[in-house]
Design a protein around this ligand. Sequence first.
Ligand SMILES: NC(=O)c1ccc[n+]([C@@H]2O[C@H](COP(=O)([O-])OP(=O)(O)OC[C@H]3O[C@@H](n4cnc5c(N)ncnc54)[C@H](OP(=O)(O)O)[C@@H]3O)[C@@H](O)[C@H]2O)c1
Length: 268
Amino acid sequence: MTATQRTAEHNRTALITGASWGIGHELTKLFTSDGYDVVLVARSQDRLEQICAELEDAHNITATVIAKDLSVPGAAEELYEAVSAEDIHVDTLVNNAGFAIYGRFSETDLERVRELVQLNLVTVTELTRLFVRPMCERGEGQILNVSSLAGMYPIPKAAIYAATKSYVLSFSVALANELAEDGITVSVLCPGETDTSVLKRGGLQHSALPEKDLLDPETVAKTGYNGLQQGQTVVVPGGIKEKLRHHLPRILPKTRVAATAKDYWEKE
Ligand SMILES: NC(=O)c1ccc[n+]([C@@H]2O[C@H](COP(=O)([O-])OP(=O)(O)OC[C@H]3O[C@@H](n4cnc5c(N)ncnc54)[C@H](OP(=O)(O)O)[C@@H]3O)[C@@H](O)[C@H]2O)c1
């Protein structure tokens, strides 16, 4: 079956990690409004099932729930096998699930560090590797990875989070270039502080971020979704402030960038 025939006969399918809340939930609504079938992944099974039921009622689409903790080693392969067992062909992969830790690195719980690196970095890499191969074989596909403005700064007290998001940014931009010849679009969404539960956990509630002018998750998701559909590689939601925060680290020495980020994140 050619790509055109398949699109004409079936809905396209988007797999979205972290679809239960926040930016991922808003992205899910956008994909289903456009007629995509969706595979929703997060840990909260009941919440995902409720979202699926609402979406299937509202749109002529199929929504599948796969409840999974993606911070556990091996989760990416288990997810890929579960999707393959259902004979679902993923046209769009959205690597959105993630969390942050804020606090002194020397005092951070080692198990939480492992989970953060596994979820924000290893699982993103493994899911991309697993789902990109069939996309290459079909000669089409889309990948949307959620990084952060934090990925552009070394951030004292959020060193691991910022480094994982920096990895996602670099990985995505490189893949966007490499996979263009295979007909695959890769976009990376880099929001600033957004009003979701991420800012209330992991110590971030003790940073200055919750007091900033927050972006709303609906607008962030819409900007990311449009950026993906328009084939933009780096997508930065927001206005002039976010654009400045995007460009600033390119002109300052790295040590100065870290000091600026420390002042921005730390409460007075
Ligand atoms: N909010 C911000 O200020 C901001 C800014 C820049 C970038 N981001 C990035 O945006 C992405 C989405 O975050 P958000 O702000 O929308 O936060 P959120 O509302 O807390 O959503 C996080 C999502 O990830 C899922 N998740 C968390 N841990 C998981 C795990 N171990 N396994 C599977 N799913 C897991 C959560 O679902 P369950 O709890 O049901 O598992 C939830 O659906 C993250 O990658 C975050 O780093 C956020």
